[in-house]
Design a protein. Structure first.
Lengths: 385, 341
């Protein structure tokens, strides 16, 4: 890069900028890093006021749970190798084995299998091997860093967090599919229409986007609770009580998300030249055929980006899920409120931290894989005004 | 596109929005003027207790809810006018506080306290986020190309994290003798309890919100910086503009539409502040408008939800949103007419 001389910066400015960036990166990552560390320690260590005690966990180590230098080296090596394998080999494997047209499904299956294999190797096969190795390794085999997974076991196995996980999965999967299906249709229609009606629809959607969700929930709650009585004349005995039904929450979240989805998809559709569908129409396609066979194939990046944001909305939602779902069908985020709202022991608190880290882990992966799409989504609405 | 095809494309989405957004809004408006209560009846109950001399019988009047054949409580809905609004706004206490000159008493009323917090929160975070986002964007734009990717990755983390969890993760740093509290105590040489009083919690909330939204502002501004016209910058240099002047008169005007965009999105979102209250468990000290509605909707110890009051407070919250949006809508409308002509 040859920067013009006049644009070169004095050393002091560069140092300030570098310092500011370092500070920001620390700020951005520290809370997450720290709660991850805390979640692996005994309560005494997790809430110790000395940071070194939190990192090395003397109390946890004293209980005989810790990692030796050997564990650390082997564990990190396996992790590094896994990441390398995922980046280098996985795409080729998926491409070779997935039949044409099923690439997306191939990716899903491939990554699931890969994740499963990793879990089996890392959590089932590795620990016994390392245990035996530690016994022979002498000083290298004595624990140096305290680490325990008991809180995760307590959260996922004993407290039944996996049920909340499944509920979250159902709700998010439902929201993403429905909201993309409905949203792409509407986004396309709005992008290709210059009528006043389309403009007003977009404005109304903008107003709807600004509505606080609690306002809407205040409208749903009484109806949802007594929906069996209200719908009885129409549906008879089969009338469902909507309160506590995951699919009712899916419908609600899809609708709440709709304004945002159609705005974003519209701006992606507007990037696709209208000549493309006109050409398809000249060749004898109906509007819908042009949409399905000509526009959609080039729209995938936009759809994936919008899907990511729908996913985030559904996954992160607290208010709607906590008010419209009962305890049996609760999703992960509201369920965690149960940990810190009751009178807690410190063990409960560390369990809450473990649950919080479990909720964050998928999001972390998501940013890692889809960083580019998220950035393009954030700027899609903005740059074009 | 013909109207028919347009309707077919937009129909499903429109139907969803009508059923799940417009209809509940009308419902909330109706509910805020009505009150649904169980019907009570007063009955004479004779209760007898055995004793040595026979039975002692007493009759007393008891109030109990009327049940229908299926054993459900019968409710009736009555028009109560502005009563629910009065319950939320508490104009009598407000008048009293103003008349007696003790202005701070107003903040003892939930709604006004919530309004105070929501507005200060929105207005304080707004400039902080714009400044911080712009700062990070400028710094990243200056950085070596190879480290930009990792920095963007790290920056996205606070943005992408579940809001409740993000608030919790910051709370855990400060709770009890947590690492940050310990650090502050060592630094300031005094005892600190971050969660014992309102203003420290508010500080943490402000910090959390800036931490959470600054990445969004950063990414948007950063994208805008890529399109700054290099020729204009160079001619500014030839004209002898200093670094600061270039930023002030070339870069910022170029970013202005984006700044307006980020500010609007942030105004809408900050006005809905809610997750912070849950994450920091601050309801004893600080509440927000949306949390007020949420609280009315949560069943109390007897399992009742104050739907009417929730609706009234929801409607009052809405008024704020409308006030916020009117300038924006007017501008959009003018732009729209401008492009059509």
């Amino acid at each position: 890069m040859n920067t013009p001389t006049a644009l070169r910066q004095p050393l002091s400015l560069r140092l300030t900028a570098a310092g500011f960036l370092t500070l920001w990166c620390l700020l951005a990552s520290f809370p997450l890093f720290w709660i991850t560390v805390m979640s692996f320690k005994e309560p005494v260590d997790a809430f110790a006021s000395n940071p070194l005690a939190v990192v090395f966990g003397p109390d946890t180590r004293a209980n005989g749970k810790g990692l030796s230098i050997l564990d650390l080296v082997v564990g990190l090596a396996v992790l590094w190798y896994t990441v390398r394998l995922a980046v280098r080999k996985l795409p080729d494997l998926v491409r070779r084995h997935a039949p044409g047209g099923w690439l997306l499904l191939g990716w899903i299956a491939g990554s699931l299998l890969f994740g499963l294999a990793f879990i089996i190797v890392f959590f089932v096969l590795l620990p016994p091997v390392l245990d035996t190795a530690n016994a022979f390794a002498g000083p290298l085999g004595t624990p140096v860093v305290g680490l325990t997974t008991e809180h995760y076991q307590a959260v996922w196995v004993e407290n039944g967090f996996h049920r909340n996980f499944v509920n979250s999965l159902v709700v998010t999967a439902g929201v993403v599919t429905v909201s993309l299906t409905v949203g792409t249709l509407a986004g396309y229609g709005l992008a290709r229409s210059a009528s006043n009606l389309a403009f007003w629809l977009l404005i109304i959607a903008l107003v709807f986007r600004a509505l606080p969700h609690s306002v809407l929930v205040a409208g749903y709650l009484p109806v949802f609770i007594s929906s069996a009585e209200i719908l009885e004349p129409l549906l008879g005995e089969a009338a469902p009580t909507l309160y506590g039904q995951p699919w009712a929450v899916i419908a609600v979240l899809v609708s709440i998300n709709q304004p945002f989805t159609i705005w974003m998809l519209r701006s992606f559709f507007q990037n696709i030249p209208a000549d493309l569908d006109e050409a398809a129409r000249v060749d004898g396609c109906t509007h819908f055929q042009a949409f399905r066979w000509v526009i959609m194939p080039v729209m995938w990046p936009g759809v994936i980006t919008t899907g990511l944001f729908s996913f985030l909305l559904a996954y992160n939602d607290f208010l709607v899920c906590s008010l419209l779902l009962d305890a049996q069908n609760q999703t992960m985020v509201p369920a965690i409120a149960g940990y810190f709202n009751r009178e807690t022991t410190t063990t409960d608190q560390v369990e809450a931290i473990a649950a919080a880290v479990s909720i964050t882990a998928p999001l972390f992966l998501l940013v890692m894989i889809f960083q580019r799409q998220i950035v393009s989504g954030l700027t899609a609405g903005a740059v074009k005004g | 596109m013909k109207f028919r095809t347009f309707a077919a494309f937009v129909g499903p989405s429109l139907a969803l929005m009508l059923v799940f957004i417009a209809a509940p809004l009308v419902g909330v408006l109706w509910q805020s003027f009505h009150l649904t209560q169980p019907i009570f009846e007063t009955v004479e109950v004779e209760s007898c207790t055995p004793s040595f001399t026979g039975q002692i019988c007493t009759t007393e009047l008891k109030t109990r809810p009327v049940l229908d054949e299926a054993g459900r409580i019968v409710t009736e809905t009555t028009y109560v006018g502005l009563q629910s609004y009065r319950n939320v706004l508490e104009p009598d206490r407000l008048r009293q506080a103003i008349a007696s000159g003790r202005w701070l008493d107003i903040l003892d009323i939930d709604f006004w306290a919530a309004l105070r917090f929501t507005l200060t929160f929105t207005l304080i975070t707004l400039p902080l986020i714009l400044l911080f986002g712009l700062g990070i964007a400028l710094a990243v734009n200056n950085a070596v190309r190879s480290i930009r990717g990792p920095i963007i990755f790290v920056s996205l983390l606070p943005f992408i994290i579940t809001p409740v969890i993000g608030a919790l993760s910051i709370r855990w740093l400060f709770i009890g003798d947590g690492i940050m509290t310990a650090f502050l105590e060592w630094w300031l040489g005094r005892d600190i309890a971050m969660f014992a009083q309102g203003w420290t919690i508010e500080l943490l909330m402000l910090f959390y919100r800036v931490w959470h939204v600054a990445p969004f502002a950063f990414v948007v501004f950063y994208a805008g910086l890529q399109t700054v016209n290099m020729d204009t910058l160079e001619s500014a240099i030839i004209d002898g503009a200093s670094r600061w002047e270039r930023l002030r008169y070339v870069v910022i005007p170029h970013l202005m539409p984006l700044i307006v965009f980020v500010a609007l999105i942030h105004l809408m979102d900050a006005y809905r502040v809610f997750e912070e209250i849950v994450g920091f468990s601050s309801q004893a000290h600080v509440i927000s408008l949306q949390w007020l509605t949420y609280d009315f909707l949560t069943p109390d110890d007897a399992g009742n939800r104050a739907v009417s009051r929730a609706s009234a407070s929801a409607m009052l919250t809405m008024i704020g949103i409308v006030v916020l949006l009117v300038p924006l809508l007017r501008r959009t409308w003018r732009d729209h007419r401008g492009t059509r002509r």
